[in-house]
Design a protein around this ligand. Structure first.
Ligand code: ARG
Length: 462
């Protein structure tokens, strides 16, 4: 005898090893609340359409609610024999309320049931993730508002390039995270389709009211094709792709915090709570958590490639392979949300050593472009100005001074166009202030950017 819920046509049971191998209860129990919500809506729908009696539906709903409370209270032990969360809950329900429990699965398959559960779970997770991203952007905006006048050097090829402000730098990351929020909202819209009624794959003969069930569960649409409804996991892949991009952004930011936090840079000091010591070197204060977030990007990319590979070449419709959609995405949801929270607090508690940033922005010929622009303003072509300033840099470098340390007479040897006003125009403050195009580092431009981000942050797209 085979005691499984599906055991009717079987003479023998699977052995312990394959039972364990095939079971998903260890991880899909994460979706217990979604499974129960889906079953409650399904039972109500069955009764509404006269497919089961109102009394049976009431018994089912009450039974499911009490199971929900028991699970929340930690009173339930799931069983491996019941394979997954769907059969565990159905078994518990029937044990609790008897015959009526056996009617719940009318007009439904585990294929549309699991598709429903994971969609509900992803919708909830997307909101959680966008909330965390918004929190991070708010912190970045707040810091930017405090540092509109803090100069810092910006780099290309890790070589000092031009001066910006700390506010401008922080807002660059705010823009990345705003795009991440947008991507998650886009995915939410495509996740917002209710699959029940698809049955195993070909719909069902029962006169279900799919729109009613969708409404009960807060879905905007019903899935349009039963075959697609049970075999689509695009929305899981999209979450993982969005998460990979968000982790990539966090990882770049962490990398910069790691080197900004070195003695060599000294631009920031991470709080003691976000640093760890060395077991051998007493002087060390390591930026472990920035490194760890950077490192955790790997497992998120791994999950994305994992599910893409699972889905590749899968024939329609449901295949057991698809059970492999869950662990990677659950781990990713957890990793991304935790990384966002840790990062947000880490940046909020860091000290910005603005004196060091300002000093560094004044060194390294960072105003060479400004000097060339000065000559262009006096009628020289940019190409000629570039060559002349290159020679000035070489000369100043040999003297171990900055361009603006050179006397006017020295500058005039390179070009007669230099006048006393050159010093003011190539100063750190002026060179930043003059970069006032939309998107630039000048205070007004950054303020405009901040306002736009703040307005966008208030929008809730879902
Ligand atoms: N545990 C399964 C999963 O996660 C549920 C769906 C099972 N359906 C089936 N026909 N075996 O994918």
């Amino acid at each position: 005898m085979n005691k499984k819920l599906w055991g009717g046509r079987f003479k023998q049971s699977v052995n312990k090893m394959t039972e364990q191998f095939g079971a998903s209860i260890e991880f899909d129990q994460t979706m217990y609340a979604e499974d129960i919500a889906g079953s409650i809506a399904h039972a109500k729908g069955l009764a509404k359409q006269g497919i089961i009696s109102q009394a049976d539906a009431q018994a089912i709903v009450a039974g499911l609610n009490s199971i929900l409370n028991d699970i929340k209270a930690g009173k339930i032990e799931f069983s491996l024999e019941d394979e997954d969360i769907h059969m565990n809950i159905e078994r518990m329900l029937t044990e609790k309320i008897g015959e009526a429990g056996k009617k719940l699965h009318t007009g439904r398959s585990r294929n549309d049931q699991v598709a429903l559960d994971i969609r509900l779970y992803m919708k909830k997770s997307i909101i959680e993730t966008t909330d965390n991203l918004k929190q991070l952007v708010s912190v970045l905006v707040g810091l930017a508002e405090n540092h509109l006048d803090t100069p810092m050097p910006a780099y290309t090829h890790m070589q000092k390039a031009q001066a910006i402000t700390l506010a401008h730098y922080l807002m660059a990351y705010a823009q990345m995270f705003m795009r991440d929020i947008d991507r998650f909202y886009d995915t939410f819209e495509r996740t917002d389709y209710m699959p029940l009624g698809a049955g195993a794959l070909a719909g069902t003969t029962y006169p279900l009211d799919r729109e009613y069930v969708a409404k009960e569960l807060g879905f905007k649409h019903i899935a349009a094709n039963s075959l697609d409804a049970v075999s689509d996991r695009d929305f899981v892949i999209e979450y993982l792709a969005n998460a990979s991009i968000a982790m990539m952004h966090l990882s770049r930011f962490c990398e910069e915090l790691v080197y900004f936090n070195t003695q060599e840079f000294g631009f920031i000091t991470l709080a003691d709570t976000y640093s760890t010591g060395s077991s051998i070197m007493p002087q060390k204060k390591n930026p472990d958590f920035a490194e760890l977030i950077r490192g955790k990007t790997g497992r998120v990319y791994g999950a994305l490639v994992g599910i893409l590979t699972v889905m590749k070449a899968l024939p329609l419709a449901y295949n057991k392979d698809m059970q492999e959609d869950k662990e990677g995405v659950f781990d990713t949801i957890d990793t991304l949300n935790t990384s966002l929270k840790v990062f947000t607090d880490m940046i909020a508690t860091a000290t910005f050593n603005t004196g060091k940033m300002r000093y560094s922005a004044g060194k390294g010929f960072i105003n060479a472009t400004e000097v060339a622009d000065y000559l262009v303003g006096r009628g020289m072509s940019f190409r000629d100005a570039h060559t002349i300033v290159g020679k000035i840099v070489l000369y100043a470098e040999n003297q171990n001074v900055s361009i603006d340390d050179l006397k006017l007479a020295q500058l005039k040897e390179f070009s007669p166009l230099f006048e006393p006003d050159v010093y003011k125009q190539v100063s750190l403050e002026t060179s930043i202030a003059r970069r006032s195009l939309p998107g630039g580092p000048a205070k007004q431009a950054v303020l405009a950017q901040i306002k736009q981000v703040k307005d966008q942050l208030k929008l809730n797209r879902v």
